[in-house]
Design a binder for this molecule. Structure first.
Ligand SMILES: *[C@@H]1O[C@H](CO)[C@@H](O)[C@H](O)[C@H]1NC(C)=O
Ligand SMILES: *[C@@H]1O[C@H](CO)[C@@H](O)[C@H](O)[C@H]1NC(C)=O
Ligand SMILES: *[C@@H]1O[C@H](CO)[C@@H](O)[C@H](O)[C@H]1NC(C)=O
Ligand SMILES: *[C@@H]1O[C@H](CO)[C@@H](O)[C@H](O)[C@H]1NC(C)=O
Length: 452
């Protein structure tokens, strides 16, 4: 009898030793949390839509082969709810669902009937909003979280920075937009929200790498943003079989076959010629049609608004016809327009634009405001300029709530993804005589001062 018990005990010990430490770890440490300060209306309808959204998300994550990512929505509810959940590539199966449960419970408890919220845990992220947000890559409020004490010796710092750079370059091309890797005593992982696409992923990880790059020589670092996540440590936080060979994605499509190389060279020459020609044409075109726009379209961490051609907007609004006029404001009239792609927009025509300072302010603030998405704020889609005439293109809202924003003064907005910053956005103008003193003023209180 005794030997049998011994054998059983040994078997048990062996079995428990075989289970990897990470296998039963949903990694529910809280990294970042935010709730919108606006409550959804009607709250009961929203909460019920949110409940079924969460249920769908959970069901999708639990399904075999779900890949640890799900979106779900109740877009036709009286108060629509949109949700997204993603587990880290190394938090799988039951751990993923357990992490989701922890995040969803926290959202329910902390955010109440708020119309938006996010909880970022070590192992997963869950976010919901009253409007769709699946394509958001990087947003103001992205941040670093450094942890642990300094690892002695310079080797760790260099190895950490190198691995972070490799992940930022490789992950946008990796399947599932995620990868974990280890090198030189550093363990690191990066992941993008599956719906941001390769370009959004690259943009987000670029910002994240800058954030997390400030953490070494600390032993642990993380970077969080709307569309991606990065983490490194001197300890392993994923099973060994979760690592990926990054070299495959760092090499940009090199082929070993001679024919392919020769073909590539010939094709490349032709391609370069074509690119050169196209660039030449585009530069000429943009010189001819587009006025200088400062860095309005510059690739910063803020995604710039669309720059529309003046002519297209003129056509869309029927040459700013009286019939299509939605209203008159003190600072310009607003017209209804139909773009070539079938989208209905509201075009605000500003006439006064005198100083170069005003133009610079206009451009930087248009860039900022177009990155703000909120159901209580009409969304700025882009702008256009011809001489002293400026056109602002807004999302068209049929229910008349447009007036309030296009003709009104200030509105306070809070977006859960703005990471706890308050924005007071004044779409009004302080005009004296013909001179516009300021086009928009955006005051940011809190820790993020985007515009002084
Ligand atoms: C949503 O679900 C939670 C628990 O799953 C429940 O307590 C709550 O009553 C539900 N709310 C609505 C509006 O259905
Ligand atoms: C999520 O589940 C629904 C059914 O509940 C299914 O129709 C949908 O395709 C699933 N989506 C994903 C991304 O798995
Ligand atoms: C990681 O670094 C910390 C700080 O230097 C150190 O205390 C810890 O022992 C290290 N862990 C490993 C596994 O090397
Ligand atoms: C890694 O190993 C675990 C068991 O240790 C297994 O359940 C899991 O499927 C493996 N993952 C991959 C990607 O091979």
């Amino acid at each position: 009898m005794a030997p049998l018990i011994l054998v059983a005990a040994l078997a048990l010990a062996a079995a428990s030793a075989w289970v990897p430490r990470t296998a039963a770890d949903p990694q529910t440490t809280l990294l970042n949390r935010g709730c919108s300060q606006y409550n959804a209306t009607p709250a009961v309808a929203f909460l019920s839509a949110l409940n079924s959204t969460f249920e769908q998300l959970r069901a999708n994550l639990s399904a075999a082969g779900a890949g640890g990512f799900a979106t779900a929505a109740e877009p036709r509810a009286a108060a629509p709810a949109f949700g997204m959940a993603q587990c880290r590539p190394y938090v799988t199966g039951r751990d993923c669902v357990a992490c989701f449960d922890a995040a969803a419970a926290r959202l329910r408890r902390d955010c109440g009937a708020a119309n938006g919220g996010r909880v970022i845990l070590d192992g997963c992220v869950v976010r919901y909003e009253s409007a769709t947000f699946y394509d958001q890559a990087t947003l103001p409020g992205n941040t670093q979280l450094c942890d642990g004490s300094a690892v002695p010796g310079g080797g760790f710092m260099d190895a950490a920075r190198a691995l972070i750079a490799d992940l930022a370059a490789a992950v946008p091309r990796a399947p599932g937009l995620a990868a974990a890797a280890t090198s030189g005593g550093v363990y690191a992982a990066a992941q993008c929200v599956a719906t941001v696409g390769e370009a959004g992923c690259a943009q987000c990880l670029n910002v994240a790498a800058g954030n997390i790059g400030g953490c070494p020589p600390n032993s642990d670092g993380r970077a969080v943003d709307a569309g991606c996540f990065m983490r490194y440590s001197n300890r392993s936080f994923f099973p060994a079989n979760a690592t990926v060979d990054l070299a495959v994605y760092l090499r940009s499509g090199k082929s070993s076959r001679k024919g392919a190389i020769i073909g590539g060279i010939l094709g490349g020459v032709g391609f370069l010629f074509l690119v050169g020609l196209l660039t030449f044409i585009m530069i000429r075109r943009s010189r001819k049609i587009k006025p200088r726009r400062g860095d309005l379209l510059g690739a910063t961490e803020l995604r710039g608004p669309t720059s529309f051609y003046y002519h297209d907007l003129k056509v869309a609004t029927n040459s700013f016809s009286e019939k299509g006029k939605l209203g008159e404001g003190g600072f310009g009239d607003v017209y209804k327009g139909l773009l070539k792609n079938g989208k209905t927009v509201a075009v605000k025509r500003l006439i006064v634009m005198e100083t170069s300072r005003a133009k610079a302010d206009f451009e930087s603030e248009v860039k900022l405001i177009s990155n703000v998405h909120h159901r209580n704020l009409v969304r700025l889609l882009g702008c256009s300029r011809k001489g002293s005439e400026f056109l602002l293109v807004y999302e068209y809202m049929a229910n008349g709530s447009l007036d309030k924003f296009l003709f009104g003064m200030c509105t306070q907005i809070y977006d859960s993804l703005m990471f706890d910053a308050w924005y007071v956005i004044c779409l009004g103008f302080r005009a004296s005589n013909k001179h516009v003193k300021k086009i928009f003023s955006i005051h940011v209180s809190g820790s993020y001062h985007l515009i002084p």
